[in-house]
Ligand binder design. Structure first.
Ligand SMILES: [Zn+2]
Length: 291
């Protein structure tokens, strides 16, 4: 495990950030727009989102680079801008973090299915290497490979991220199966630990897909399978469609009520994914201080 990550978690669980997508949509992102393109056009707005998380107590914030790989960017005609979009994304979060928080650069999925042969392993690897090396130019503290639905893609992205020499955290979405303890492609928490440990990731975890209650057994199973630090970012419950809008109904207080159990299950990094905002980060922070 990377010494930087070991040091960071030494004194107890670390508060990360909440959703960026929800915040950017609230600030006017159109459905036809690439969120990542805002690094070039709306740097100040993104800086505000990041700064609000730092103010709410996040010790680690991510970057607006979730979809900044060439496969997602090409849908918006921006594949050739991957380099500058990633570098800028890291720079914006670093500016907002100052000395108060660490910046972990976000790498999301390609949107292509390996299993359906929509992409080759080689091309996937090249795209993630391109993204990781552009992120490195912005000098982040670590890379987070997140929201992965396929362990094979997670492994390819993690190897590309490891190539930078930065610490790497990899997390998957467990939202399938009767117990909601498998990825879309059927991978279990134990399989994720086995494959990703071999690659040498510095922390492992889960994000998105379901509410915090469902993360507790997943965290416990990962903890039983590894000594690596565990990263947990649950959603604010499951999304519901109300009057054409997507709504997450779990409140910050309800979410934070489960934090002690998540700590007991072995979590080392705690934050939120879809539907969570600065108020969730403040409430999780309170729960962490109570221990
Ligand atoms: Zn999410």
């Amino acid at each position: 495990m990377h010494a930087f990550i070991a040091n960071l978690i030494r004194r107890g669980p670390v508060l990360t950030d909440g959703s960026w997508g929800t915040q950017i949509i609230k600030r006017g992102l159109k459905p036809s727009e690439s969120p990542d393109s805002w690094n070039l056009t709306h740097a100040n707005v993104l800086g505000e989102v990041a700064a609000e998380y730092v103010k709410a107590g996040s010790r680690v914030i991510l970057t607006n680079t979730f979809g900044a790989n060439r496969f997602v960017l090409e849908k918006f005609g921006l594949a050739d801008k991957a380099g500058v979009i990633n570098r800028k994304g890291v720079e914006i979060s670093k500016w907002a973090a100052g000395e108060k928080a660490y910046v972990f650069a976000s790498m999301g999925p390609s949107g292509k299915l390996l299993a359906a042969k929509q992409v080759t392993e080689d091309d996937l690897q090249k795209a993630f290497e391109e993204q990781a090396s552009a992120m490195l130019d912005g000098r982040p503290d670590a890379i987070v490979v997140e929201t992965m639905m396929d362990l094979n893609e997670a492994a390819i992205a993690s190897k590309a991220a490891k190539g930078t020499g930065l610490p790497v955290i990899t997390c998957l979405v467990f939202d399938s199966g009767k117990e909601k303890d498998r990825t879309m492609m059927g991978n279990t928490p134990e399989q994720a630990v086995e494959v990703l440990s071999k690659i040498g990731v510095d922390a492992i975890g889960a994000n998105c897909g379901q509410g915090i209650e469902g993360f507790i057994p997943i965290c416990r199973r990962m903890r039983a399978a590894t000594d690596l630090p565990i990263w947990m970012k649950p959603n604010a419950g499951l999304p519901e469609r109300i009057d054409g809008r997507i709504v997450y109904k779990t409140t910050a207080q309800e979410f934070a009520g489960f934090v002690p159990e998540l700590i007991k299950a072995g979590a080392n990094f705690i934050g939120g994914c879809c539907g969570t905002d600065q108020s969730f980060i403040r409430e999780i922070g309170r729960a962490l201080r109570k221990g």
